[in-house]
Design a protein around this ligand. Structure first.
Ligand code: BTN
Length: 263
């Protein structure tokens, strides 16, 4: 992948490491971060043999079709705040993808870090922290997989009904340039990252709420310790999800998975 000539960023994408095939770009980014690779490094692969997602799931990573990318960041903020960056990166990706999709099909964000088009997932984000607790040494690995040119018939049966791609949603007959889309995403990530460093997550609240596919919905919340139904209120200033459970109690969800049970 030749992206250097397309990059408009100051630091994100330097160095840019492209690999034909790798087990997982997050795995190699993790190793590089531990070895002290500086902020901005991007690892991108054409194919992953062991791409993984949240909650131990695997990430479908066929060759030549999609984007599989991991970025190393080293924000000088307390470790407890840095997971907010998955929401910020999600917004940067969603805003970029919206440029390609008709406004009638809103590109949505689903807490904590999925991107949906037309009620189906087209991007997942997996963040991992390296050297947690040490501001000088901690690194955040932000890995994202975006279904770009995948055709409907290529989706494996187990994700066929819940996944989509940019190509499917645009309904075009020609493939999209993954290089151009990635260069635009990296520029957006850089801009939003600096906004977050300066103003915090609160600066994104309104935009995030307007893209959220969960607001007002009834969801099933699965945390490591319990499963319950709740109505979504919105995003809290710290990035957790504010919900109201069946007894009317307001609760903040910081970790876990959520599924829409009622529209
Ligand atoms: C999810 O939705 O569960 C997150 C999926 C994240 C997939 C990406 S693809 C690039 C990077 N490398 C991985 O192994 N995972 C992430």
């Amino acid at each position: 992948m030749e992206i250097q000539d397309l990059l408009t960023t100051q630091s994100i994408g330097y160095p840019f490491i492209f690999l034909e095939s790798i087990d997982s770009t997050n795995r190699i980014a993790h190793d590089l971060a531990e070895q002290g690779m500086p902020e901005g490094c991007v690892i991108c692969a054409d194919h992953q043999t062991n791409g993984h997602g949240r909650q131990g799931r695997s990430w479908f990573s066929p060759q030549g079709k999609n984007l599989y990318v991991s970025l190393i960041l080293a924000p000088q903020k307390h470790t407890m705040h840095i997971s907010q960056l998955s929401l910020v990166v999600g917004m940067a990706i969603a805003d970029t993808l919206q440029r390609y999709v008709d406004d009638s099909k809103k590109v949505g964000v689903k807490w904590p870090n999925d991107i949906w088009i037309n009620n189906k997932k087209c991007c997942g984000i997996l963040c991992e922290i390296v050297n947690a607790g040490d501001i000088a040494k901690h690194r955040l690995i932000v890995g994202f997989g975006i279904n770009i040119n995948l055709e409907r018939a290529e989706l494996p049966p187990e994700i066929k009904d819940i996944s989509t791609s940019l190509f499917i949603e645009i309904g075009e007959l020609t493939y999209l340039s993954r290089e151009i889309i990635l260069a635009q995403i990296l520029q957006n990530i850089e801009t939003y990252y600096h906004r977050w460093l300066e103003h915090g997550l609160a600066d994104f609240n309104e935009e995030w709420e307007s893209r959220s596919v969960l607001n007002g919905r009834t969801i099933t919340v699965e945390t490591p310790s319990e499963t319950f139904q709740a109505e979504v209120i919105g995003l809290n200033p710290d990035g957790s999800l504010q919900v109201k459970d069946k007894k009317g109690h307001h609760r903040s969800i910081t970790a876990g998975d959520v599924h829409i049970t009622q529209y």
